[in-house]
Design a protein around this ligand. Structure first.
Ligand SMILES: Cc1cc2nc3c(=O)[nH]c(=O)nc-3n(C[C@H](O)[C@H](O)[C@H](O)COP(=O)(O)OP(=O)(O)OC[C@H]3O[C@@H](n4cnc5c(N)ncnc54)[C@H](O)[C@@H]3O)c2cc1C
Length: 384
């Protein structure tokens, strides 16, 4: 398939050459944040591509953003360290007031401010966001007091602000289950030590993810984004962008695995011939390639609709589903092709294998996408 935005892709690939496997292996081993890589991406302006020009960004579309993230992954790097810096600001851009945008967007564009943490998931609510228990209670006209707990809040230690989803009224008091949820822009620099505590989670992948505890955290009333109680609708708007961009990362992963597998299969000789001469080795790689090309078409379709301002929920969800499954098929074929060496750190296969597996769980699991397609696209009876 012909690639679009080749100039952007070339520039990203060139930047990524400065961050080879050894760099990522060391970060992975130490579960350290790849700050040099994130700094290079920030300085090059790639993370500000979706911010409108009037706020200092490059005002590009999701199609260009997808090309950037795909190329990062295809180069063997990991955009998961900072991809949210690209799109989390979308909620403020679409629903924030003029002061919030002025305070935040130019700083994100220049790299002075980071907004790449999003606190949605809680230990007890899981995927059912309507049951979150974190509350924000208004105290007079000037403040809210936040209590509760989030889990899997990624990059919060490497962010100046976070978007926080909290209940401002009880689930039972709304007409619909998601009424009464609000979005807040929390200044982490003020909050930590004053009612907000961060506890890192050591996980299967190096993703800087954490638990966050709120214990009578006071935040200014001006932290509220948009109207009280409508927060869930605001974040839904941003989810399509997130799904498309994560899908693009999966396409990049699939490209990396397929290149790596095809290269190794051509070089590795067993029984006096390249292992790639055996169709048992060829076919899984070829199948993964076909799957990833088909998924890439769906990513393109979703991105085009998104950039045209057309409804794209079905396409964004299908892109995420198909691309995460294609990258996993490619990962499987790559690991199997490498035999025992696939388990050795130095080949980077086992690291990328762990990293790409995440995208069938987060930010939304495969089952929940299938449920969306069944119920919202095909009109099957609602299960919840
Ligand atoms: C490394 C990592 C980083 C993350 N970063 C963030 C972040 O920055 N911010 C954030 O808010 N969250 C984050 N998450 C959380 C992530 O979005 C959730 O893990 C994911 O949405 C699934 O929710 P859960 O873990 O609570 O699973 P659960 O809701 O407990 O579900 C468990 C399993 O049951 C399935 N299931 C649940 N209900 C149904 C149903 N009705 N029908 C069929 N199957 C069902 C799910 O698909 C899943 O496979 C992160 C997670 C990980 C692992």
């Amino acid at each position: 398939m012909e690639q679009r935005h080749q100039d952007i892709r070339d520039a990203v690939a060139q930047l990524c050459q400065g961050f080879p496997g050894e760099y990522w292996r060391e970060k992975d081993r130490e579960r350290a944040y790849p700050k040099e890589f994130v700094r290079a991406l920030t300085e090059s302006g790639f993370l500000a591509c979706l911010i409108p020009e009037e706020y200092g960004g490059s005002g590009l579309g999701i199609s260009e953003a997808a090309a950037i993230l795909e190329e990062i992954q295809a180069s063997g790097c990991n955009g998961g360290a900072c991809h949210a810096q690209m799109y989390t600001m979308g909620t403020v851009l679409r629903h924030g007031n003029a002061e919030q945008k002025e305070m935040l967007l130019p700083g994100i564009a220049s790299g002075e401010l980071r907004l790449q943490a999003f606190g949605v998931t809680e230990p007890t609510s899981g995927t059912d966001t309507s049951r979150i228990r974190t509350t924000a209670v208004k105290d007079g006209n000037s403040a809210y007091v936040v209590n509760g707990q989030k889990v899997w809040t990624s990059r919060v230690e490497h962010s100046d602000f976070m978007l926080l989803l909290a209940r401002t009224s009880a689930r039972e008091d709304g007409k619909r289950p998601h009424d009464g949820i609000s979005v807040f822009l929390v200044d982490i620099r003020d909050a930590v030590g004053n009612g907000m505590t961060i506890k890192p989670i050591r996980a299967m992948v190096n993703h800087s993810t954490t638990e966050v505890f709120f214990d009578d955290l006071r935040i200014p009333a001006s932290s509220l984004v948009g109207e009280e109680g409508k927060g869930f609708r605001y974040i839904l708007d941003g989810m399509n962008a997130e799904r498309i961009l994560i899908a693009a990362e999966c396409i990049g992963d699939a490209r990396w695995f397929i290149d790596k597998a095809a290269g190794y299969a051509s070089e590795r000789r067993v029984f006096d011939r390249p292992i790639g001469q055996n169709q048992g080795i060829q076919f899984p790689i070829a199948r993964a390639y076909a799957q990833s090309q088909a998924a890439a078409l769906m990513v393109r379709e979703a991105a085009d609709k998104f950039d045209a301002g057309a409804p794209c929920g079905a396409e964004a969800n299908m892109a995420k589903l198909l691309a995460s499954e294609a990258s996993w098929a490619a990962a499987e074929s790559c690991l199997q092709t490498h035999g025992g060496f696939g388990f050795a750190e130095e080949y980077d296969v086992e690291r990328k294998y762990r990293e790409t597996r995440l995208y069938q769980i987060a930010p939304v699991s495969t089952n929940l996408i299938l449920s969306y397609i069944a119920e919202h696209v095909l009109g099957l009876p609602r299960s919840f």
